[in-house]
Every structure is written in C-alpha cells, then in structure tokens.
Design a protein around this ligand. Structure first.
Ligand SMILES: *Cc1c(COP(=O)(O)O)cnc(C)c1O
Length: 435
C-alpha cells in the first residue's frame, strides 16, 4: 500500500488544532519515520513544544525553567482618581487593540523616551536618583561596564569572580564589555584595603561587587562593605542580581525569616553604592528585565551608550514592570504573584492539600529559587505519591511539573495558584489511573 500524501495526512489530523503548515511538518515526520499513524502524536508533540502555561508544583517559586517569577495578567494603567468626573470614568474601557505612549510625550505631543515611565517608579522604590531598564541583569552589568569603564580597570574581589548560571561569568562579561578586570584580595578574604591598593596602583574606573547569589563562602572569610568601598573614590557598582527592592519589605508588613540577610537595593544605595543592578524577574517578582538604579549622571551615561539600543526592552515588558512597580508603591503584595504565593500561611496550603482529595497530604519545603537565597527553606505543604509520577503529570494538559525525591513524587502547593488546584487533582487522578 502506498503511504498517504503528506497533504492528505495533514488534513486527517486537523483536529489537533494547529495551523496547516505545522500539521504538514508533523505528517512529514510521521511518513519519514515509516509510521503514518503516528502523525497525530507528532502533531500533539509539536503543539506541546510551543510556549504555553504550566502548573509549577515544584515548590521553587522562581523556577528558571518555568519562566522565573510568575506573572499575573493585568494592565498597568493607573485608575482615574475620584477627582475626575463620572463621565471620564465611563470612558475607561479596554479596547482590544492597544497602542501606548511608549515613546510619546503626552505633554508636548513630541517624541518621548521609553525609559522615563519606569525610571521614576523604580527610583522612588529604591531611593535612587534615577533608574534604567534593560532586557536582563546580564545586560545591565554589561552596559554599566561598557558605558563607564571601557578600556579602564574594574576592581573585583577574587571571591566574586563567579558564574551565576546560564553562562553569566563575571570575567567574560567584563571582557565583552571592553573593561579590564583588576583582581583584588583572595578567594575567601578581601578587604577594603585591597580595593584601595588597586585604585592607587591602577587606572580603576569602578569598584564592582557581585552578590554571591547562588553559593556561600563560609568559614575563614571576609568581604568589604559597600560603605567602606564608597570612601575609596571610584564609583561602587553592586550587582545584586536577586533584586530585593527594600530590606524593610513594607509591602509585606514584615520581613520573612527566609529572606535571611539578603541585601536590599535601597540599603545598598544608601550605604554608598553609586549604582546597583538587579533582575526584574527574581525577588522583584516582575517580568524578565535588568534594572540599573543610582546616580543620575551615571544612569544618563548608560542610557546614552550605543549598546542601550540593543538592550532596550519592549513595551510588553515595560508595561508588566510598571504594573509590578505600582503594586509595590501601593504596598499591595497580593498583586505580585511571587509575594502572594511566598506569604500564604502554611496551614492554608495544608488545608488545600487535604481538599485535593488525592495523594497523601504532607509538609514540604519550598525555595525562593533562581539562585536566590541558597539553603533558605520556606515552610510549605502539598501532597506526596509513592512512586515517580513526574512524566505522567507532565503529560497532562496543562502540564503539571512536580519534583521526585527517592521514588516519592512531591506536589508542593506553595507555587500553585489556588485556581489550579482542580487541575492538579485531575492530573494526579489521571496519572494514578494510568499505572
Ligand atoms: C541572576 C544574576 C545575574 C543575571 O541576571 P539575569 O537577569 O538572568 O541576566 C547577574 N548577577 C547576579 C548577581 C545574579 O544573581
């Protein structure tokens, strides 16, 4: 029997719901594999390889493979105040198509700057003079080095020449930016005097501190305070990475224990850093972005650098970031999914685990994740299943991502939105029934 034509086969699997050209790819793959009957499976596989939602039941709040900080869908538009007439309020509507004032100055009607919207909000949140948003923290560090230290020295402790993950290695970023690495101190101990000696001996444009996000050096160790470095002379840049805006955590009411001694952007600037850099999608809980806050003249130099054109984020990111920044300013932690999930009382999670009606309710430990706060556990609750059901849960639609410890599948509810509890229960029932 002759194999069916690619086009006929693609038409036969149309109910998978993919556009025809993608069905053709699936059909062709099935025919090439000598198994035309597998075309629908191929198409389903292709459909699942597209970007889509996943239920994070790992207990890792900032899961690097699941998009780091969870995002809510909301517009960042500030509602009109009550000084406006009802007629104006009636005009508030959500049209299906949206332009924005991304680069339009509404006061003058002329071209504006896409960096001004977020700048005021982020500067207010961190006590900085100014702020700038780029695509991620790696871009933020690269831009700072390129704009402020090209062909000049940057002093970094030998204990902070780190790899953050995903290929972000401080010495390589330095090289790419055109700055020259000036190593100071030793792996375990670096003092302010080491930076001072480098600044006296060498042409040092910046003193760079890199927060050891994903590792700890313990034992016979010493590192220099930002406050001491600030007295030396060259601007101090602190790459915080994790992006806790303010150690006081006003948006939570109180600082949770698991934040341990994580430095805040506001406190690092107050201690004398000229600039701080951090990710938007780690402890800040926003979209993928890199944020530079600090001295206005240095921010202006970064904004004017040609690399800024390549690193600038689009309006989707700036819109999401603005909405998160406004939530912080309102002290509305519940509007930021990361903080909403992080602060749910463990008893509430335990009740939800009972209510699922599947598996064995158990206490678990969640983590901040994304290399932030290594070793800091967040008390949590969920269910356990005897055996490894990770693949079966992943196969559910939408996929449920769990973790497996020594043949026990752990489903942690700290990272699951309550609206997805029913999905989790259904996925578990299906996984158990397929045994
Ligand atoms: C995570 C991290 C980065 C990289 O941030 P991205 O936003 O992923 O580019 C850089 N520096 C530090 C200290 C980090 O923790």
């Amino acid at each position: 029997m002759r194999p069916p034509s690619v086009n006929d086969l693609a038409l036969r699997i149309a109910d998978v719901g993919l556009p025809h050209p993608l069905l053709v790819i699936a059909a062709r793959a099935a025919i090439a594999a000598g198994d035309p009957d597998s075309a629908a499976d191929e198409a389903h596989r292709l459909r699942r390889s597209l970007l889509g939602p996943a239920v994070n039941a790992t207990g890792v709040l900032l899961h690097t493979n699941l998009g780091r900080a969870p995002l809510g869908h909301q517009h960042s538009r500030v509602p009109l105040g009550n000084q406006h007439s009802q007629a104006l309020l009636d005009l508030e509507h959500d049209s299906a198509v949206r332009f924005s004032n991304l680069e339009f100055d509404l006061a003058s009607g002329r071209r504006g700057s896409r960096t001004t919207h977020a700048s005021l909000l982020l500067a207010t949140l961190t006590g900085a003079e100014a702020a700038l948003v780029v695509n991620n923290c790696a871009a933020a560090v690269t831009l700072v080095l390129a704009a402020l230290a090209r062909d000049r020295g940057v002093a970094v402790s030998r204990g902070e020449l780190v790899e953050i993950g995903g290929g972000f290695r401080v010495p390589e970023v330095m090289e790419q930016s055109g700055a020259r690495l000036v190593e100071v101190g030793t792996t375990n101990r670096t003092r302010a005097a080491d930076y001072l000696a480098a600044a006296e001996r060498d042409d040092v444009a910046l003193l760079l501190k890199v927060h050891p996000s994903n590792y700890r050096i313990t034992g016979f160790t010493e590192e220099a305070d930002v406050a001491d470095l600030a007295k030396i002379g060259p601007p101090v840049v602190s790459d915080l990475g994790s992006g806790l805006l303010d150690e006081r955590c006003d948006w939570l009411g109180q600082r949770p224990d698991w934040l341990a001694d994580e430095p805040g952007a506001r406190q690092t600037l107050a201690a004398g850093a000229a600039l701080v850099t951090f990710s938007g999608d780690k402890l800040m809980g926003g979209p993928q972005a890199g944020i530079i806050c600090g001295r206005a003249d240095l921010i202006a130099a970064c904004a004017a650098h040609p690399l800024m054109r390549a690193f600038r984020p689009g309006s989707l990111v700036l819109d999401a970031l603005q909405s998160v920044a406004l939530a912080y300013l309102r002290r509305d932690a519940d509007a930021i999914p990361f903080w909403r999930m992080a602060r749910v009382p463990v008893e509430e999670l335990a009740q939800r685990a009972e209510a699922l009606g599947v598996g064995r309710p158990s206490r678990t430990t969640a983590l901040a994740g994304a290399g932030s706060l290594p070793g800091q556990e967040i008390p949590s609750a969920g269910i356990e299943l005897d055996g490894d059901y990770a693949a079966a849960l992943r196969a559910f639609d939408p996929p449920v991502i769990a973790r497996v410890n020594e043949q026990t599948t752990v489903i942690d509810l700290r990272t699951v939105d309550p609206a997805d509890d029913a999905v989790v229960a259904a996925a578990v029932r299906q996984a158990l029934s397929q045994q």
